[in-house]
Design a protein around this ligand. Structure first.
Ligand code: ASP
Ligand code: MG
Length: 404
């Protein structure tokens, strides 16, 4: 059986008019003799709205009920898609995750799909039906509804592709694919034809919002090729695949920038073993994600300065936690909300020397000051002033030949 999984994002099913368009895309695969499995997100805005309602009811809204509530948006969009296909004379029906079932493990709000029962869906596909499956939802072993993290329909699609051994998994969205950098920030951004899982994972984690990062990890582990393309225009998108399939001649594949980072510096921290641990332990306990960290070597052996970055929204909580932390001593705390992290990403840097230097020199030529640096095997990130984002993006985009 030649199976294709088609996933439609919230904007692609954002209105009934768009849902009619989606049903045409689905029909085109039926004509190509595919057995089609459809996965849908909620209509755009719906999930956010439900999340807000839960907050209005209680600051500590039960996480079981949260999952029942926020997963309901997908029920609506799937019924509408199935309804439209039936209107066109195509055999179709909606499937809620528990009806299949799609089994998950782990915490509510952030569960993971571990098993999908294939029997009913296979039977339905064989009978010529098009199943329209709710993304984002699952059910746990206590028969309670779960969700798999915001943006989770991507992971639903990838896991369905895995369990049904699909030939293709196509993510339909409101952009034409993955771009070398955000086209809204740099007009010269180009669509990337192929990108490796590793690079895509970095891009998604570093601010390219097209796909949910954990879903890419699922795709990588299961070796599922993904195509990301637009549901509005019929043009080829971006293929996300294994490194082996890529003959790339560029060193850098993409550049990302963040919008909402904040930098915290602790000046005059006692330089003794365990200090960094004492600072970060209460932050991690409060689920505050610390990103970049630098510690200066102390000039006198007694005191040092420590700088780290967090998300803007965590700044107030972070200040409070640090101030009330009796395990640490420091002279002064400074923070800066006007920072942005720019990252260059590319598997090519593993084998090409001098990439770090070229990045730093390019920024120096533009008189852009680098505040913090962090690197991994396939990415280099620097923290700069927010006002320099555009300048930095455009200079780096040119330096690493992404303009062409
Ligand atoms: N509707 C869910 C959300 O907004 C899942 C998704 O869009 O993938 O997070
Ligand atoms: Mg979405």
């Amino acid at each position: 059986m030649k199976i294709v999984v088609l996933k439609f994002g919230g904007t692609s099913v954002g209105t009934t008019k768009k849902i009619k368009k989606v049903s045409e895309i689905i029909s085109s695969y039926i004509r190509k003799k595919y057995k089609v499995i459809v996965v849908s997100s909620a209509m755009s805005g719906v999930t956010n709205d439900l999340v807000n309602k839960s907050k209005e009811i209680s600051e500590n809204f039960s996480s079981n009920e949260y999952d029942v509530l926020v997963s309901s948006g997908e029920q609506v969009s799937c019924a509408l898609i199935a309804g439209r296909l039936k209107h066109k004379g195509i055999k179709s029906r909606s499937w809620l995750a528990w009806q299949i079932p799609i089994m998950t493990e782990g915490q509510n709000k952030n569960a993971r799909i571990i098993k999908i029962n294939k029997r009913k869906i296979l039977h339905y596909l064989e009978s010529g039906g098009i199943p329209i499956i709710t993304g984002f939802q699952g059910i746990d072993f206590d028969q309670r509804i779960t969700t798999i993290g915001r943006g989770g329909s991507d992971a639903s699609a990838i896991m369905l592709a895995k369990f049904f051994n699909a030939e293709k998994c196509i993510i339909y969205t409101d952009v034409e694919g993955i771009y070398t950098t955000d086209p809204n920030k740099l007009r010269k951004a180009k669509k990337i034809k192929v990108i490796s899982y590793e690079e895509m994972l970095e891009m998604a984690s570093l601010g390219a919002k097209v796909m949910q990062p954990v879903s890419i990890q699922d795709a990588r582990l299961n070796r599922i090729d993904i195509e990301v393309r637009s549901s509005y225009v019929n043009r080829s998108g971006t293929l996300i695949t294994k490194k082996k399939n890529i003959k790339n001649n560029k060193i850098i594949t993409g550049i990302t920038s963040t919008q909402n980072d904040a930098k915290v510096s602790l000046i005059g921290v006692k330089d003794k073993p365990g200090v960094a641990a004492s600072i970060f332990k209460p932050l991690s306990k409060n689920l505050i994600n610390v990103d970049m960290v630098v510690q200066n070597i102390s000039a006198n052996g007694k005191e040092t300065d420590l700088t780290f970055t967090i998300k803007n929204e965590d700044l107030n909580r972070t200040k409070k936690i640090i101030k009330s932390n009796i395990a640490i001593n420091f002279r002064k705390m400074i923070f800066d909300k006007n920072v942005s992290k720019i990252s260059i990403i590319g598997v090519g840097m593993v084998t090409t020397p001098g990439v770090t230097y070229r990045m730093f020199q390019t920024l120096a030529d533009k008189k852009i000051n680098i505040q913090v640096i962090s690197t991994s095997e396939i990415k280099i990130s620097v923290l700069i002033n927010k006002k320099d984002i555009k300048k930095a993006l455009s200079a780096l985009h040119k330096e690493f030949n992404l303009d062409k």
